[in-house]
Write a protein that binds this ligand. Structure first.
Ligand code: HMG
Ligand code: MG
Length: 285
């Protein structure tokens, strides 16, 4: 019988490291990414071309992209909040970029200094420039179930943001439980509404593990047909503009759960363990 494939999109070097207070030297970041490059991922998010005043840790993104050893077949991804970020990502050789909106106004303001509508207006030229340059664009919707500023988020708001990104031409929308407060019931209700806008093949689940329910939420999303999950090796992470947010669900934990459920990730567990140890050491400083 055929084992069904599920992809883990590694976001540790970006979502994981962006929240670390200690400025992490470029060679440490490069070593982690190069280790991850041997694990079997198809996509790794390694950089973020945002304002260095907002996220100082990501200021070295250009150097990081210049110094990693590129593994053929891996797409090295970067966040780009505006055209300035897109130009920098392109110059640094990012293989794909991501635009990131919020389902809640409070988080949009805190994270992007813009309303949801203003942020989408800023993303439109990024998407157009990426299309012209032949660079694939992924989309994120943050706070799909809970917002640290506005509280519970209506499924309708998540669906509207996902649809808006889809209209901008993103190839996939990653649904973020940014602060890891989503219950499986809330995630299921959110997915019901989002799936009215787009098929599960164009969605990814992005769960933070603050309240320890991320693996359950992965299972709920699997049942709804999603086959891509974002995760950070070693459970690194958080978001500087989401107080209380803990790490992303750990890549090695998702890989293990998927294997138990009979899905194939194509990842090398020994290499993942090595990368997880490196990630934990980086967090400890
Ligand atoms: P702003 O202050 O409104 O923007 O910030 P601005 O256009 O007025 O620019 C302010 C300064 O930033 C200027 O410099 C710009 O040049 C500079 P100054 O003139 O003061 O010296 N600037 C830039 N520098 C480098 N690269 C750029 C860039 N753009 C402007 N691209 C802005 C607006 C969007 C820039 C800011 O709010 C920002 O950078 N936000 C990013 C916040 C962020 O990165 N958050 C974490 C990622 S999102 C996340 O983690 C969630 C996710 O994981 C999914 C989930 O879990 O839900 C994706
Ligand atoms: Mg995140």
């Amino acid at each position: 019988d055929v084992t069904e494939a599920v992809e883990i999109f590694e976001v540790g070097p970006r979502d994981g490291l962006q929240n670390e207070a200690r400025p992490i030297p470029v060679p440490e970041k490069v070593a982690l990414i190069d280790c991850l490059g041997r694990a079997g991922f198809r996509r790794i998010e390694v950089a973020s071309f945002v304002s260095p005043k907002w996220v100082p840790q990501m200021a070295s993104s250009g150097e990081v992209l210049a110094e990693i050893t590129r593994v053929p077949g891996i797409s090295y991804a970067a966040l780009t909040p505006n055209l300035k970020g897109f130009e920098a990502a392109l110059a640094a050789g990012a293989d794909e970029v991501a635009i990131f909106a919020s389902a809640s106004e409070g988080f949009s303001r805190a994270n992007l200094n813009a309303t949801i509508a203003e942020s989408l207006a800023r993303f439109a030229p990024v998407a157009a420039a990426a299309r012209a340059a032949g660079v694939p664009v992924r989309g994120y919707v943050s706070c799909v179930v809970e917002c640290p500023y506005d509280g519970p988020v209506a499924p309708e708001a998540a669906a509207r943001a996902a649809a808006a990104l889809s209209e901008l031409g993103v190839y996939e929308v990653s649904l973020g439980d940014t602060i890891g407060q989503g219950t499986p019931e809330a995630v299921d209700a959110m997915l019901t509404r989002v799936l009215e806008e787009m098929p599960p093949t164009r969605l990814a689940g992005h769960f933070h593990d603050t309240s320890g329910r991320a693996l359950e939420n992965v299972e709920v999303a699997l049942e709804r047909g999603l086959r891509v999950f974002d995760a950070a090796v070693g459970g690194l992470g958080g978001c500087p503009y989401a107080p209380g947010a803990k790490g992303n669900v750990a890549t090695e934990a998702v890989a293990e759960r998927l294997a138990e459920l009979g899905y194939a990730t194509g990842l090398d567990r020994a290499v993942l363990a090595e990368a997880a140890a490196m990630a934990r050491a980086m967090r400890a400083g």
